[in-house]
Design a protein around this ligand. Sequence first.
Ligand SMILES: *[C@@H]1O[C@H](CO)[C@@H](O)[C@H](O)[C@H]1NC(C)=O
Ligand SMILES: *[C@@H]1O[C@H](CO)[C@@H](O)[C@H](O)[C@H]1NC(C)=O
Ligand SMILES: *[C@@H]1O[C@H](CO)[C@@H](O)[C@H](O)[C@H]1NC(C)=O
Length: 443
Amino acid sequence: MRSWPSPPEYGHWKREDHWKQDVIIMAPALLFLLGATAILQAHLLPDKKSVLLLPPVNFSLTVTDLAQVLLRWEPNPDQEQRGVNLGYHVRIHTPQEEDYDTMNTASKRVAILHEGFSASVQTVPWDSHSLRPSCWVSAELKAPPGSPGTSVVNLTCTTNTMVNSHQHSRPYQVSLHCAWLVGKDAPEDTQYFLYYRYGSWTEECQEYSKDTLKRNVACWFPRTFISSKGRDTLAVHVNGSSKHAAIKPHDRLLALHAIDRVNPPMNVTAETEGTSLSIQWGKPVSAFPTHCFDYEVKIYNIRKGYFQTEKMMTNTFTVVTDDISKYSIQVRATVSSVCRAVGLWSEWSQPIYVGNDEQKPSTEWFLIVFMATICFTLLMFSLICRKCHLWTKLFPPVPTPKSNIKDFFVNINYEKSGSNETETEVISYMEEPGLEILEDSVF
Ligand SMILES: *[C@@H]1O[C@H](CO)[C@@H](O)[C@H](O)[C@H]1NC(C)=O
Ligand SMILES: *[C@@H]1O[C@H](CO)[C@@H](O)[C@H](O)[C@H]1NC(C)=O
Ligand SMILES: *[C@@H]1O[C@H](CO)[C@@H](O)[C@H](O)[C@H]1NC(C)=O
């Protein structure tokens, strides 16, 4: 057996295998050693791993205002700290999933509440991720009672800024208009009530519009506590009552930039000078300063029937017009993204008209009529001339009292000129003296 020649490859494999076997034997020992040092080190440092995080206690949800909930909890009294900073992780489930961390034991949320509200909270290590968070504690606000299909639908609101004539400390006031549709299963005697909250102000609507069944379907607040430049969310709540059913309330949260009806620009003026058309306007009635507006100018060429619209950030616009025409000009505005989130455009301003569209067609008309008259006259004239070429013969200045002496002179004169034509003319005139009477009766 010993003399059996082993192939070199085989021998090589054998050596490698020996080395591998050594590693396999040594690895657990090494791992054990490493593990032991880790444990030793852990024991030398403050014992964070052994801190067990306990969930907060007395977690409660309270409706503090219209579409506003206060979440409150207490740290678990049995929680040992051992130098670990603790915080809380809050998860809102209804109406909309939301996660956030806080070190406080209370937090206020703005939310739609007509579908109820539910949330959970757990204790978490604030600055290290080595500890396991606690288990969750949950709380829930039930959806307010009400029969399905009784709440309002398609609730929409708009705000508008006006000059405040009553109070000089607040130069602008914001009005609010909301409209909705009656729920399809709402009884006929249903009455709806609208409330809004902006910041800490809550107001009930005083001016309702009604449908044929005298149910409120729209509401108007001429003055509100809404700040035109504010960034708070506007909360709107519509509840109702009926003898036959519980009316389900309806909430909406609205961002001001999305519902604000910007006023159109003021004092739009335009003038043409040669082919240059310059347009000017003023900032809309708004609490926002001049630099906060974007504008759009619409120039309508009435004669050619086409629009040209231009976007700009300035209050003036000059355009070269290629021809003399009448133009209708309108301008609209929006609060630019420099000052607020992008929102709606205003209505177009009342159209103003420049240019003189009438003048050109009227001169054309005049020319046409003039030419036609001339043509007609010439035509008639030539017709008359042809029909009774005598007419022309009347033109030579012949005095009415026709004496033989005068005729004689004429005759002589014509004879003197030696023209054959005139001679014949004179002769023919002489032949028909009756025409003289005709001429007299005409003139
Ligand atoms: C939790 O609420 C109960 C009952 O309201 C109260 O007795 C207890 O002190 C509260 N616990 C904490 C930690 O505030
Ligand atoms: C109400 O809103 C729904 C969906 O938002 C829409 O389909 C419907 O046309 C709206 N009804 C009216 C009358 O505007
Ligand atoms: C409607 O909501 C307001 C504000 O939350 C409340 O004061 C009022 O009692 C409610 N009315 C009805 C009929 O539910």
